[in-house]
Design a protein around this ligand. Structure first.
Ligand code: KG4
Ligand code: ZN
Length: 352
């Protein structure tokens, strides 16, 4: 792989400024700066704050990535950047930087889809993805189930959406429930930790879109807003009555409701479509219970499971570089220097 092109990847779609360097399937650097602490007191990512933080962090993060990889900017053969979906102003910072670099270095530009990048990143850890595979992408901004024929997505239909959340994203539900429980933002890791001490069967919280009718109309869709409200009500009733709230039990029972639905639907999609490989990605894929239950259910269904390490599940620059490398290797067309940042880029469009 020593001769494979050196691809730079830039990610700024939410609150992480990521710069990665990849050759083929080899990860050379994955530098990250996060503005998460600046959002904590607001209980959610504030787009303007994120954009400003990207502006300040981008060049230092780029320098760090180059130093970590031991390469110079002039060694870069192609520049990939998340063109969408994500926060418009935040995306714009990365897209503008990538265009400037591509122009100054006279190298090709690839504006890529953030969701496809979450899929491609697994190749850095586990090698080429089996074709086809089903991907479950769950994060603070998205929850989708995809049928991936070809991760480079050069052709129509290479990435086919099977289902998605119809309201809150899975990570958003974790963050909102954490808030109800008085845990800091972002709440996912805190709920995960608290749940380890709790009883997942303590409260029977609702499983969204899992009734008999939903299984025909919304077989692969998700809904977490009703669950979030059910948790808030349950806690409120205890608090009103002056009773203590069993935080660990609530966290564990809520988490179980989310991962039960996610794993059931993902494994069912594999079975229905005759696909043998399931991939998890996105920040919520760092959840320890999701990883364990997915492993258990995939094994029971004869499905092979691939989950990148937690640091590659959350947003990062390596995933963008990984998809860029895949596109370069597949001879995909390059992006125009005038491509916009597209906050609602559809998952079927891998390349902007
Ligand atoms: O992919 P990501 O870094 O950013 C986007 O939202 O695109 O995902 C962040 C989300 C947050 O909602 C966070 O609470 C959640 O992933 N998360 C977790 C865990 N680690 C991060 N949720 C549940 N359990 C975790 N261990
Ligand atoms: Zn993401």
């Amino acid at each position: 792989m020593g001769d494979a092109p050196l691809v730079l990847g830039i990610e700024t779609s939410c609150d992480e400024t990521g710069v990665g360097l990849v050759r083929g399937y080899t990860l050379l650097a994955d530098a990250l700066a996060s503005s998460v602490d600046e959002h904590a007191r607001f209980g959610g990512v504030v787009p303007e704050v994120a954009s400003r933080a990207h502006l300040e962090a981008l060049v230092p993060t780029l320098r760090r990535a180059l130093a970590d990889a031991g390469v110079r900017l002039s060694d870069v053969d192609a520049v990939a950047v998340t063109a969408g979906p994500g926060l418009a102003g935040a995306l714009l910072v990365g897209v503008a930087a990538a265009k400037a670099l591509a122009l100054a270095l006279d190298r090709p530009l690839y504006g890529v889809n953030h969701l496809a990048a979450h899929v491609a990143v697994d190749q850095l850890e586990h090698g080429p993805l089996p074709r086809p595979c089903v991907a479950l992408l769950v994060s603070g901004g998205h929850s989708s189930l995809l049928l991936v024929e070809n991760v480079s997505g050069a052709h129509d239909g290479d990435i086919r959406p099977l289902g998605a959340t119809i309201d809150d994203a899975a990570g958003e539900a974790f963050d909102k429930v954490a808030r109800v429980l008085g845990l800091p933002f972002p709440g996912g890791p805190h709920v995960d930790r608290a749940a380890r001490e709790g009883d997942a069967a303590a409260v029977a919280f609702p499983r969204g879109l899992s009734g008999p009718r939903d299984l025909t109309d919304h077989a692969y869709d998700f809904s977490f807003s009703g669950l979030k409200t059910a948790v808030a009500r349950w806690v409120e009733v205890r608090q009103r009555a002056g009773e203590p709230v069993p935080m660990a039990d609530v966290a564990a029972s809520f988490q179980e409701a989310v991962v039960d639905v996610l794993t059931t639907k993902a494994v069912r999609a594999c079975r229905d479509l005759g696909v043998d490989d399931l991939l998890l990605g996105g920040g919520v894929a760092a959840n320890s219970r999701l990883r364990a239950l997915a492993a258990e259910r995939a094994a029971a269904a004869g499905v092979r499971l691939r989950v990148p390490r937690p640091g590659l599940c959350t947003d990062n620059g390596a995933m963008v570089a990984a998809l860029g490398a895949e596109l370069v290797a597949g001879g995909a067309p390059t992006s125009d220097l005038h491509i916009p940042a597209d906050s609602s880029l559809p998952v079927t469009q891998v390349l902007a």
